[in-house]
Design a protein around this ligand. Structure first.
Ligand code: PEP
Ligand code: CO
Length: 453
């Protein structure tokens, strides 16, 4: 079913080119860019439209409170930190969190990675200045290089091609792990038990972990063979990224042979960032015409009328699962900014899925110079989000988290506390600070308690 937007008649994968477009790199050589985009448009799609439709159905269930979305991964994927282990560890932490959340919420957890295509970043400034030298900002590995030298920062379209190929091999392993036995429920649960028993801090979650253990033993006792039931060995885990570089997204937009509808086959789910959500802008125009489930990030400057206009434009048919609103207000603003949105969007009749991103409104510069986030602020925003949803009679649909499976020191706090002095030990992010594996599990156990309440 094609979204019937006001501009539907005129929508094509390239109609965004007639709109004003922000946050695009200043590609120095248009011909070289066009050649690469034409090459990508002849390459196979990364995902199948039918998978995007299945995800839409699951998200529709979440909007009715029958599922919960865990949307998580790197702020920016990296060409350099690309390895089988990093993919495995990211999936592992997402699976571990999912088991805890599923138990807490009593409904399935929908797993969507910020992975296999999350390579392009919007920036608050076009340039970066260090020690008196000003260069173009780093816009993600798909655009230019992180190194602070004039050559490295020149946008290079060959990087789009490399991003496509890295996405393809990431997705290949991601699918293999999710379907090939790595995601086995008993195994994931035993990882969680190890986490709980490995430290005095972890033991605060022992009661919940033991309950899950009892539930699994109960199922076994009832004759459900956890070692042989397919549902306990395989999971669906989807991919997503911010649809920022519209030329790349256009090149991967294909007409589904089964339905005739357009899908952006670079990922299952795409989102519009807080900096590109202009009603008449190119990003909204582009995503209005593709049939994937889509999301919009809403920061504290979001006005109720604009949000409703975006819903009308992106989900004119009020289709459950089509549109997710990811709010990222900041712990100090969420109680003030979120309730009017919940109320007025609710009255508009759009069946959106409400998701909390407790990361992007809580970033600050530590005195050591590192950009960081505090675990307590992240939890505080989540708590306020759940409270606001409860007050407005809205289902809290999920959470959007920047995390990694590795033992980095990028965010402060957590039960095994990362302190300001630790930030320099393993600060490896290409962009925003991520929760490490332990902090991510802390979060999952604490959110599970909130979901139960
Ligand atoms: C992000 O998700 O990394 C991001 C840039 O978010 P936002 O658009 O909400 O600022
Ligand atoms: Co980020």
């Amino acid at each position: 079913m094609t979204p019937k937007s006001a501009t539907e008649q005129s929508w094509t994968p390239s109609s965004w080119r007639t709109r004003s477009v922000v946050q695009q790199p200043a590609w120095p050589d248009q011909e070289a860019l066009d050649a690469v985009l034409s090459e990508i448009s002849a390459l196979p799609p990364l995902v199948f439209a039918g998978e995007a439709r299945t995800l839409t159905e699951s998200l529709a269930l979440a909007s009715e409170g029958k599922a919960f979305l865990l949307h998580a991964g790197d702020c920016a994927e990296s060409f350099e930190a690309f390895s089988a282990n990093s993919i495995r560890d990211k999936l592992k932490i997402i699976l571990q969190m999912s088991v805890v959340l599923t138990y807490g919420a009593g409904v399935p957890t929908i797993k969507v990675g910020r992975i296999a295509g999350q390579f392009a970043k919007p920036r608050s400034s076009d340039t970066e200045t260090r020690d008196g030298t000003t260069l173009p900002s780093f816009r993600g590995d798909m655009v230019n290089d992180f190194a602070f030298t004039p050559d490295a920062r020149i946008p290079n379209p060959q990087r789009l091609l490399r991003g496509y190929h890295q996405s393809s091999s990431t997705l290949n392993l991601w699918r293999a792990f999710t379907k090939g036995g790595f995601a086995d429920l008993s195994r994931v649960h035993s990882w969680n038990q190890e986490f709980v028993t490995a430290s005095p801090q972890g033991r605060q979650y022992e009661a919940l972990a033991n309950e899950i253990d009892r539930a699994l033993r109960f199922m076994n006792a009832c004759g459900i063979d956890l070692n042989h039931e397919m549902a306990f060995h395989q999971v669906d885990a989807y991919t997503s990224h911010e649809a920022l570089l519209l030329g790349y997204e256009e090149a991967l937009t294909r007409q589904d042979s089964l339905t005739g509808d357009w899908y952006d086959c670079s990922a299952h789910m795409l989102w519009i960032g807080d900096r590109t959500r202009h009603l008449d802008g190119a990003h909204v125009e582009f995503l209005a015409g593709v049939n994937n489930p889509i999301a919009i990030k809403l920061g504290p400057t979001s006005e109720v009328d604009d949000v409703i206009a975006l819903c009308d434009r992106l989900d004119p048919q009020h289709s459950p699962g089509r549109l997710t609103l990811i709010t990222r207000m900041g712990a100090d603003l969420v109680a003030e900014r979120l309730p009017p949105l919940l109320e007025k969007v609710g009255q508009s009749g759009h069946p959106v899925l409400w998701v909390c991103d407790p990361m992007h409104g809580n970033t600050f510069a530590h005195s050591s110079g590192y950009k960081t986030r505090n675990f307590d602020d992240v939890m505080a925003e989540l708590r306020e989000f759940f409270a606001a949803c409860a007050n407005s009679g809205v289902r809290p649909g999920g959470m959007h988290i920047e995390l990694t499976g590795e033992d980095v020191t990028e965010c402060l706090g957590g039960t095994e506390e990362v302190l300001g002095d630790h930030l320099e030990n393993r600060y490896e992010t290409m962009c925003d600070p991520r929760l490490n594996a332990r902090q991510s599990l802390d979060l999952a156990f604490q959110v599970a308690e909130l979901l139960r309440a």
